[in-house]
Each structure stands twice: as structure tokens, then as C-alpha cells.
Design a binder for this molecule. Structure first.
Ligand code: GLV
Length: 320
């Protein structure tokens, strides 16, 4: 009997059919975007693998019901939708898609930085609305060159942001759970700092850490108050790393100069207070939203499942 794979989100049917040709796959019918937890719970015990979208909850209730589940392959590098501790206890391998998402996410971090600091979106809006005043000393932005970029989370994406920022003449400081090796620090010209020093000294702070209980609201009112008044915050990681209410206050009262956000505490919506702030650039979680990356993520997520059953490389996030 072929192993059975449940795919929660209806994209790339062609990719899944091809890569998972030796598996029986079940995914939402044409025209239906996604399965819900309620759809899945009554049938999940018959599946060996789940290919889950990043906002599909792989929680205790589902894991208890999934008696035959061996692997969850998440369509994302982030896996805060999955109860990894409980999955590990249940003997379920959890895998993600780190390789395809690194470069496009770093592009968006850099794009937000440039748009915000050089006022690209701001000037574009004013031009279209015929509100822009031309003039040598008008519409002044902030140079990236020579500024300190602080990277919180110096994993693959953090390093890819560092490479781009180095090319723009920025200096790199970072904080990470585990300090890089001396060789890597030299490779990225990156100076290790405590979290508090990083926050207080950076001209731009880029968040590139996963959402965990330790990083929840890691940027809160207290830390925002220690940032430079002309500093910028860039978040392409997960919304809840930042206390959004505190950020809105900080942007309103000039505690910091601006924020570029790809992710929000409210998930797939943006609160009106943020929308009303002129010193923000806001995009709808498009860090990995390119034609190429979306397909590569599907291939990678499906490949994790094939490799798990065939003994190949799996990008696992838990160990037994
Ligand atoms: C996207 O947000 C991802 O985690 O891959």
C-alpha cells in the first residue's frame, strides 16, 4: 500500500502529483483553497504524512488523532503553527523548507530598508497623489552607507541580509542564541553583541529570528525606548516578535524613526493604527512570494516526505 499524504493547501497540484507519484495524496478539490482543522480531524488517523501550510495548526488535538502520522512537512521555514514538543513526544518528525526561502526573504528585508530609509514608497505615493514638492532639500531620506545594521537571528536569512547590507556599505552587528564561529564572524564582518546592546546601538534593527516563547514580544516598549530616535525597525520574521501596540506608540511619539513590516501581530490583516502612520512601509507577508520560490517550496516540502520514506535528506527541525 502506498503511504498516504494529506496536503492542507490547494496549490501546485502538478508538483505534488509528480514529486509524490509513489504516494497516495489527498488535497482540497479544485476550487477549494484549504482544508480546515475540522475537515482533517475525523480522517487524519489514516495518513502517514501531512504537508501543512504555515498557518495550519498542527496542535495536540490533531497529533492525538493522527495515530499513523510519521512526518509533518511544513510549507515554510517558520513552524510556529506546529506543537513541535508534542510532535516529538509522539515520535512525529517535523520538517520545514529552509533552502528556498532564504534569499527571497532577505530581499524583502533589504527592500523594506531601502523603501523606508530612502522614502521610495512615500515619494511614489505623494507623486501619484500630486502632493509631492520637488526641491533639492525636500524629501530627504537616510543613507544606508556607514550605518550599523543590527541583525537579531543570525541564521541563514540573517546571514543573507548581512551579505546584502555589506554590499550597501553598512556595518553588521548581530545577536543570536549561539554565537557564530570566529571564521563566520569574519566572513560577515559581524560583531556579536548582547541583545540589549544590539537594540540600543543599531541604526537599523532587522528581526530574523523564529517565533518561540523566548522571542515573543522580544521587542517591547522597554526595548523600543532604548533604540536610537532615528533608528528603523525591519520585521520579516513573525509579527508577535514585536509588541505591536508598543511599536505604534513608539512610531507616533518619535521614539524610533520608522518601521518596515512584512508580518503583523494580527496575522493576515493590518491594524488601522499602523496603516495611518506615514513612517511605515507595510507589505502583506510577501517574503517568500515569488513565482520561483513558491514552486521551489512545494518541491522542497514534498521532497522532505519522499526522502523521509526513502532514507534521503530531510530538513528536520526536531530530533529524537
Ligand atoms: C514564511 O513566512 C516562512 O516561514 O517560510
Amino acid at each position: 500500500m502506498k503511504p498516504r499524504v494529506l496536503i492542507t493547501y490547494n496549490i501546485f497540484r502538478d508538483v505534488y502529483k509528480e514529486v509524490l507519484k509513489d504516494f497516495e495524496i489527498i488535497m482540497p478539490a479544485e476550487g477549494i483553497e484549504t482544508f480546515t482543522l475540522e475537515d482533517v480531524l475525523p480522517v487524519v488517523d489514516s495518513f502517514d504524512a501531512i504537508l501543512s501550510m504555515w498557518n495550519f495548526p498542527i496542535n495536540k488535538q490533531l497529533l492525538d488523532a493522527a495515530k499513523n502520522l510519521k512526518i509533518v512537512s511544513n510549507y515554510a521555514v517558520g513552524y510556529d503553527n506546529i506543537d513541535v514538543v508534542y510532535a516529538t513526544r509522539c515520535g512525529v518528525t517535523v520538517a520545514n523548507t529552509p533552502d528556498p526561502v532564504t534569499e527571497p526573504t532577505a530581499d524583502i528585508a533589504m527592500g523594506l530598508m531601502l523603501s523606508l530609509m530612502r522614502r521610495i514608497v512615500d515619494c511614489d505615493n505623494m507623486l501619484r497623489e500630486k502632493k509631492l514638492e520637488w526641491g533639492i532639500m525636500k524629501n530627504l531620506g537616510t543613507s544606508l552607507y556607514g550605518k550599523q545594521l543590527g541583525i537579531l537571528g543570525m541564521g541563514r536569512i540573517g546571514k543573507a541580509v548581512a551579505r546584502r547590507a555589506l554590499a550597501s556599505g553598512m556595518t553588521i552587528a548581530y545577536h543570536n542564541r549561539n554565537r557564530l564561529t570566529a571564521i563566520e564572524e569574519k566572513l560577515y564582518s559581524a560583531k556579536y553583541m548582547s541583545l540589549d546592546e544590539l537594540v540600543a546601538t543599531s541604526d537599523v534593527l532587522s528581526l530574523n529570528a523564529p517565533l518561540t516563547s523566548e522571542t515573543y514580544h522580544v521587542i517591547d516598549a522597554k526595548r523600543l525606548a532604548t533604540m536610537k530616535p532615528d533608528a528603523f525597525l525591519i520585521n520579516t520574521a513573525r509579527g508577535p516578535l514585536v509588541d505591536e501596540k508598543a511599536l505604534i506608540e513608539a512610531l507616533r511619539n518619535g521614539t524610533i524613526k520608522g518601521a518596515g513590516l512584512d508580518v503583523f501581530e494580527t496575522g493576515e490583516s493590518v491594524c488601522d493604527e499602523l496603516l495611518a502612520l506615514p513612517n511605515t512601509v507595510l507589505v502583506p507577508h510577501i517574503g517568500t512570494q515569488t513565482v520561483e520560490t513558491r514552486r521551489e517550496m512545494a518541491e522542497f516540502a514534498a521532497g522532505n516526505i519522499v526522502n523521509f520514506f526513502n532514507g534521503g535528506r530531510v530538513a528536520r527541525v526536531n530530533k529524537f
